[in-house]
Design a binder for this molecule. Structure first.
Ligand SMILES: NC(=O)c1ccc[n+]([C@@H]2O[C@H](COP(=O)([O-])OP(=O)(O)OC[C@H]3O[C@@H](n4cnc5c(N)ncnc54)[C@H](OP(=O)(O)O)[C@@H]3O)[C@@H](O)[C@H]2O)c1
Length: 303
């Protein structure tokens, strides 16, 4: 049986396609008044996974009417060259959104690069300015993966208010903003969040309390059926390449959740692939449209 055959599945692929169709109409209207939104994606080096992700972003852009530009830089470029390029893009009025595909080669300071991107064009939402606005509940750009998860919870009418929400993984791009969004004092949030990480003691005990469980670790099959309670809503962010000589590409993708043992106990569960991943790309498109709208004066000023 394929994961797509289960009734309790959260179909991120289908929802992301719905969102892209909705966006196509919005972007077409927007483009009539102005020019189409433009997203510039920079990739440094030839990491195969990064190439795939960048390809998906460029393809989604053309699907919904966003102009995209791909800038490919060699893996050995000096950090300063990348920084200078970003500064020029910050000053270029024809560019609405800038994204640097991560990870970067070891000789480049990722945080410095993130902080060089203008917060007004930071469609990944990783700049401290944008992360800070989430904490103050005045979010502008929300990182695409947590934003996509909020959208999935909303579209599947998952009640979060007063619920025990357990998030595993405290990265700046997934776990931490996710915790802030779900504990915000607002509808669609108001959850009681526990944020776990590699130093957390008794993860199984904490996970067993979860009404909603979000796993963003990078460890295949970490969460098993015996750890979760009946009726739990499970969001599996993990995207792990597992060697598989039988697969065409020599690997297959697995989440952080052991789907076969957790799915029967869950009320709703995202598969991997076709779960959170496509939502991340759809939210990037949403953020790019927002960047273009704000750049044309629809929203308060940011630098
Ligand atoms: N689907 C998507 O669109 C999407 C987007 C982004 C990421 N991902 C995937 O999501 C996963 C996490 O990504 P990330 O960027 O957030 O990863 P990350 O920066 O490596 O963070 C991993 C987090 O997991 C924690 N952790 C590691 N081992 C653990 C364990 N055994 N028990 C509990 N916590 C543990 C780490 O704790 P410490 O902080 O203590 O080190 C850290 O907080 C990866 O598989 C990634 O590929 C998917």
């Amino acid at each position: 049986m394929k994961s797509g055959d289960f009734e309790n599945l959260i179909d991120g692929k289908m929802i992301s396609e719905e969102i892209l169709s909705e966006l196509k109409i919005e972007i077409s209207d927007f483009s009539k008044k102005s020019r189409p939104p433009k997203l510039t994606v920079l990739i440094v080096g030839e990491d195969p996974a990064s190439q795939v992700y960048v390809g998906m972003k460029v393809k989604a852009s053309s699907k919904c009417g966003i102009d995209s530009e791909l800038i490919e830089m060699p893996g050995d470029i000096p950090e300063e060259t990348l920084i200078e390029r970003l500064k020029r893009l910050n000053d270029d009025d024809s560019v609405d959104g800038i994204l640097v595909q991560l990870p970067l080669p070891d000789h480049i300071n990722e945080q410095k690069v993130i902080e060089t991107i203008s917060p007004a064009k930071d469609v990944d939402g990783f700049h401290p300015y944008n992360l800070g606005r989430i904490i103050s509940e005045k979010a502008r750009f929300i990182p695409c993966t947590p934003k996509g998860i909020m959208e999935l919870l909303s579209r599947y009418s998952v009640e979060t208010e007063g619920k025990e929400i357990v998030i595993i993984g405290r990265s700046l791009i997934v776990g931490k903003p996710m915790a802030m969004l779900l504990s915000a004092k607002s509808s669609g949030a108001n959850g009681t969040v526990t944020l776990c990480h590699s130093r957390t003691k008794n993860i199984p005990g904490i996970v067993s309390r979860a009404d909603i469980l979000i796993a963003a670790v990078g460890s295949p099959g970490l969460i098993t059926g015996e750890m979760v309670r009946e009726g739990v809503v499970v969001i599996d962010v993990g995207m792990n390449r597992v060697d598989d000589p039988k697969a065409k590409k020599g690997y297959h993708l697995e989440g952080d959740v052991d789907f076969s043992s957790v799915q029967p106990k869950a009320s709703l569960i995202t598969p991997v692939p076709r779960g959170v991943g496509p939502m991340t790309v759809a939210m990037l498109m949403k953020n790019t449209l927002q960047a273009a709208e704000w750049a044309r004066g629809d929203g308060d000023d940011i630098q």
